[in-house]
Design a protein around this ligand. Structure first.
Ligand code: ATP
Ligand code: MG
Length: 383
């Protein structure tokens, strides 16, 4: 798929911009702070309903404006779609698909699929486990939008169970603690059911992603630079099932295992008022040359590994389906010449690649395409 048009009103630094896009590469060049990332951030928002830079929408609305609007025209294999998103601070956002308002914004997920790599992705390697869990969950949703509901369901159950644990703190009287215990049994079952679905899906995803990460890392880093690997680590002990175990059976086993784990940690949970077992505490372990990436990998290795995770996502998302739009924000400046060339060659065949670069000469010639000059919230065709 590819974007044929992007129009922004009061989004970030843009008062109004309307740009037509072609398949192939588009390079957005211009000095720091002129609005290159703002542009691709809007594209990412259409695909995920979230910014890759901020957790809340307020900074996305142009300072002084009342709302922001993103319009994206998407060309897909089967149909063309027009997505319109209205960002309303303090009120619900509104999403229209082909001019029809959607009941829930998340119904738009899947219309535009993107893989976005940005400097913030260094946190995938160096940041907290939560960053890597979010990476997996975002990818699950991109693979199958129904996981947006699975994830929301788990978050809700987790919040409610945690509130219950807090309400049953050490100071609670014996009688009310017993009532809480009975209610907790019910929430354990909810958490185990929703948690099993999420974690089995993540495990399955990591198994599919692994060979792509290994290949992408080798391709970016160049041969002989050591191997990258990824492993999904549950927050509770459990006997590993053979790879060929059917999905349904895995689900039942994970449900039972999680329920058992919750029973085991319940006393400490009540003391501490936090939920101690479940996919919200799992980890995606990354390593390079057999050492944990976090704390050991060099800056360049960490950067290459983060990039490999995104390229692997791209490979997985395009397998057997149409290509997602690949977005590379500021990636070339950070790489040495060899890595730059290998990356460019690797992505040159994608249906559409949107590239931002402060110094367009950093983008290797194999990625030749349309060039835009971004300056003070305006776009112009550059030669
Ligand atoms: N809500 C907003 N309202 C007005 N301006 C904003 C808003 N959010 C960000 N900006 C401005 O947008 C600019 C940053 O744009 P952007 O991040 O796209 O820059 P860039 O071209 O990618 O720069 P770099 O090369 O440094 O990455 C900043 O000058 C910032 O002040
Ligand atoms: Mg930028």
């Amino acid at each position: 798929m590819h974007l044929t048009r992007l129009a922004l009103t009061d989004f970030r630094s843009y008062r109004s911009v309307d740009v037509e896009l072609e398949p192939g590469t588009s390079i957005f060049g211009g000095p720091n702070g002129e609005g290159k990332t703002n542009l691709v951030e809007a594209v990412g928002y259409v695909a995920t309903l979230a910014s890759h830079r901020v957790a809340h929408d307020a900074p996305l609305i142009r300072h002084g404006a009342g709302q922001a609007i993103i319009r994206a025209q998407v060309h897909g294999e089967v149909r063309d779609s027009l997505v319109e998103i209205e960002l309303n601070p303090g009120r619900a956002n509104r999403v229209r698909l082909n001019r029809t308002p959607l009941q829930k914004p998340r119904e738009v997920l899947g219309i535009l699929r993107t893989v976005l790599f940005a400097p913030e992705d260094l946190a995938l390697v160096k940041g907290d486990p939560g960053e890597r869990r979010r990476f997996l969950d975002d990818l699950l949703v991109a693979m199958a939008p129904r996981y947006a509901a699975v994830r929301a369901d788990y978050d809700r159950v987790l919040r409610q169970r945690t509130a219950l644990l807090k309400s049953a703190g050490p100071k609670t009287g014996k009688g009310s603690r017993e009532t809480v215990m009975t209610t907790l049994d019910v929430w354990d079952a909810h958490l185990a059911r929703a948690g099993a679905e999420l974690l089995v899906a993540r495990e399955h995803l990591v198994t599919s992603l692994r060979p792509h990460v290994e290949n992408a890392y080798a391709a970016v880093a160049g041969g002989g630079r050591g191997e990258a690997s990824i492993i999904y680590k549950r927050s509770f002990e459990e006997q590993a099932l053979p790879d060929e175990t059917p999905f349904g059976e895995r689900l039942r086993a994970a449900d039972a295992a999680l329920r058992g784990a919750l029973a085991e940690v319940r006393d400490s949970e009540l003391d501490r008022g936090v939920c101690l077992a479940g996919p919200h505490r799992d980890e995606l372990e990354l390593s390079v040359r057999g050492l944990p990436a976090r704390g050991y990998a060099s800056h360049g290795e960490s950067w290459s590994l983060a990039l490999a995770l995104r390229l692997a996502s791209f490979d997985l998302l395009r397998a057997g389906r149409e290509d997602p739009v690949l977005i590379l924000d500021d990636v070339f400046a950070e790489l040495d010449a060899g890595r730059r060339d290998r990356l460019a060659t690797l992505v040159a065949g994608a249906e559409q690649v949107l590239v931002t670069a402060a110094v367009p000469a950093d983008v290797p010639p194999v990625l030749a395409g349309a060039r835009f000059a971004v300056s003070a919230g305006a776009l112009a065709h550059a030669s």
